[in-house]
Structure formats: C-alpha cells, structure tokens
Design a protein around this ligand. Structure first.
Ligand code: GAL
Length: 396
C-alpha cells in the first residue's frame, strides 16, 4: 500500500494527467492489433524481412481484419554517434524509407527501445537521449513505441541504494520522461510499456501515458508458459479500458510449438482479456489452421468490442475454467477452458455468470448458432482446448 501511494505521488508530481488520458484514449480506443518481429524472427531481422511481412499482412487479409501495426522489436539498433544520433544497423539502411513503405500499405510503423543505456540484448538504448530519439522516431514516421526496461533496472538498483520505493519511483519517472518526449514531438505515438508488470504497472501505467503495458515476463511458444501468463491475468480486468490495456505479450499462434486447440485457447483467452493482438509468427508462411485462428473475425470482434471491457474468470472447478467478457448491447463472450490433458465435460451455468433468463448462443470457432440456452449448457471441451461462445438476450 505504502509503495502504491509513493508511486501515485511521483506520478502526480510529474504528469500532466488530463492531457495524458485524452491522448491515450484517442490513440488506442480498442486493443492495438498488428505484428511484431520478436517471437518468430528474434534478432534475425532486416528491412527486407519487415517489408515482406508487411506485404503478407495485406495479402493474407490480416490488415483488413484489423492488424495494422508493423512493429520492429529489438535487433534494429546500430550505434550512437558523437552527435548523439542513434543509427540503425546495416540491416536497416533507411528507416524513413521503410516507414514510408509500411504507410504506403495502409499500415502503421512500430519501433522499440528502452530507458536504459542498453536493451536486453546489449544494443544501444535511449538513456540520456530520450528527447533526441523520440524526435528521430517521429521523423521516421513511427506510430508506436515499445519501451523495454532492460538495463534501466541496474540504474534503479544503483541510484536507489536498494530502497524499493525509490527504485519504483525511478522507473515511473523514466517512463513518464519518454512519454513526455513523445508528446513533445507532436506526432501521435502509441506508448507500449514493457517492464514485465513490475510495481503493479496497471495501477499507474495510464498516468504516465501508457496506452498498453506488459503485465508479465516473456511468453514462449509452449502451452505451459502461455497459460501460466494468460490465466494469471485473473483480477486485472478493472484496470483495462479504452486507451489503457493490459498486455500479456505478443501472440505465439502459428509458431509451431502448440497444437491447434492450444493455439485456439491462446487466441480465445487473449480476446477475452481484451489483450493487444500482435501476431508473432512468420506471416509469409501460414498454415490454413493458423489463418483460421488469426483471421477469425468473430473472435477478433470479442477482443475489439467497442465497450472496451476486459474479461475475467467467472468460476472454475480446478483446471476447468469459465471466463466471461462483457460486450456491447448486453452480450457476453464466454470461454469454457479445459486445462486438463483429456477431453472434459464442462457446464456453462447461466446463473453463475450473472445471466438472467434465456440466452441465444453462438459458437465462435464453429461459426454456428447453437440455439437458445436456459439454465445449464453442457459440452465436451477438448484437452487444452476451449469452447468460445457469444451469448445475448433473445430478440436483440
Ligand atoms: C524483452 C521483452 C521482449 C523482447 C525482448 C527483445 O525484454 O520482454 O518482448 O522485446 O526483450 O530483446
């Protein structure tokens, strides 16, 4: 509690709160959607990779389904020269031209740096050069900046002398500083905070200008890691809304480490969480299964619902979990998640999710209406799988 009060105090001292909220809600009224270099390509990226993925976003129909951000993650950085200018490495000969290319496709351009002297991979980051880097990003036409804590952690340790409150305050100030630098450029730039959820970022992220913030450490392409991140989001729904989203990390759908039902669980859970849907696979090489997930517009509509409410766990019986997300016009998305390694009967009990009367239901993976429910609905859910329903009042 004391810690929270201190963080809030720092935030109030340094933030121009009204303007921060105004800008954020306009920039990310629904969770950002796009693609990132990180999960699949890691540091093996170049101008050509990014252009090819931008092309694939368009050709696959993903752009038209809402995936508009093309985000370069770590691996683009070169060196900082004597005048303080941060140069891309040789794989990125002309960032402004790359930005223009991305924009010419009707897409938006995302970049990556951090508040420390170095990124997690040891490349040069923005410490001490926040204003200069922000100006350069704006000049390149950047629309989205992921700001990754990494080596700033060391500065927090050193400058706080081990005092956790001071350490958190330094982190808050660092994020606020870059946000202010972005505002000063005059270019609207989505601010994606990445500090792994430290200091309960969801409680102060909006006040330092975060449009979204990572709530956890890194995802990987396993069912175990994906679910430990996703289901641990329970309880965070009240912190999300238009312009300020919880971010459980980039999608792994299509990267090959999980089976079809597991990836459907991943995508359904992220949609119920109103999570940013940033694809992290190779878009130029997608199986029909991968496309059927990433391009499922009914599930995307759950994520992007204009009401802007994050869902939460409604009830659970051990590893059989029922999650709900309020949607516009009184509808609700319901996910029946079977976390066991065998198929299981699961029952949706309308009363338990606070629903009164009958409900008209649709299965969002089968793309089928399943009729009118009254009381209980029991269904077999595959191992590690999900049944995702949308229910609404009859006649709506
Ligand atoms: C991590 C971050 C990842 C990715 C990576 C790049 O700190 O959580 O999402 O950006 O750095 O090195």
């Amino acid at each position: 509690m004391k810690n929270r009060v201190l963080i809030q105090a720092v935030v109030f001292l340094i933030a121009g709160i009204g303007s921060v909220f105004a800008q954020s809600a306009a920039l990310a009224p629904t969770p950002p959607m796009g693609w990132s270099t990180w999960n699949h390509f890691k540091h093996d990226i170049s101008d050509a990779t990014v252009r090819a993925q931008a092309d694939a976003l368009v050709a696959s129909g993903m752009r038209d389904a809402g995936y508009v951000y093309v985000n370069i993650d770590g691996g683009w950085e070169g060196y900082r020269d004597a005048a303080g200018v941060l140069h891309p490495n040789n794989n990125f000969p002309d960032m402004k031209a790359l930005g223009n290319y991305i924009h010419s496709k009707g897409l938006k351009f995302g970049m990556y740096t951090g508040p420390g002297p170095k990124t997690c991979a040891g490349a040069v980051a923005s410490y001490g050069y926040e204003a200069q880097d922000a100006k350069m990003f704006a000049a390149w036409g950047v629309d989205y900046l992921k700001y990754d804590l990494c080596s700033f952690h060391k500065i927090m340790e050193q400058e706080s002398g081990g005092d956790l409150h001071k350490s958190d305050a330094l982190m808050v100030t660092a994020y606020q500083k870059m946000h202010q630098a972005l505002l000063n450029t005059g270019r609207p730039i989505v601010f994606s905070m990445c500090q792994y959820g430290w200091g309960k970022v969801w409680e102060w992220g909006p006040q330092v200008g975060g449009d979204l913030w990572r709530t956890t450490g890194d995802i990987d392409d396993t069912y175990g890691r994906m679910t430990s991140i996703g289901f641990r989001e329970a309880g965070l729904s009240r912190y999300a809304g238009a312009g300020h989203w919880n971010d459980p990390d980039i999608l792994e759908v299509g990267n090959g480490g999980m089976h079809f039902d597991e990836y459907r669980t991943h995508f359904s859970l992220w949609a119920i969480l109103a999570a940013p849907l940033i694809a992290g696979n190779d878009l130029s090489n997608m199986t029909p299964e991968t496309k059927s997930i990433l391009l499922n517009r009914e599930v995307i509509a759950v994520d992007q619902d204009p009401l802007g409410k994050q869902g939460d766990r409604a009830y659970a019986a051990g590893p059989l979990e029922v999650w709900t997300k309020p949607l516009q016009n009184g509808a609700i998305a319901v996910g029946l998640f079977n976390r066991t390694s065998h198929p299981a009967n699961m029952t949706l009990n309308l009363e338990k999710i606070g629903w009164q009367g009958k409900a008209v239901a649709r299965d969002l993976w089968k793309h089928k209406d399943i009729g009118t429910l009254n009381g209980d609905y029991t269904v077999i859910v595959p191992e590690h799988g999900v049944i995702l329903l949308r229910i609404q009042k009859p006649g709506v």
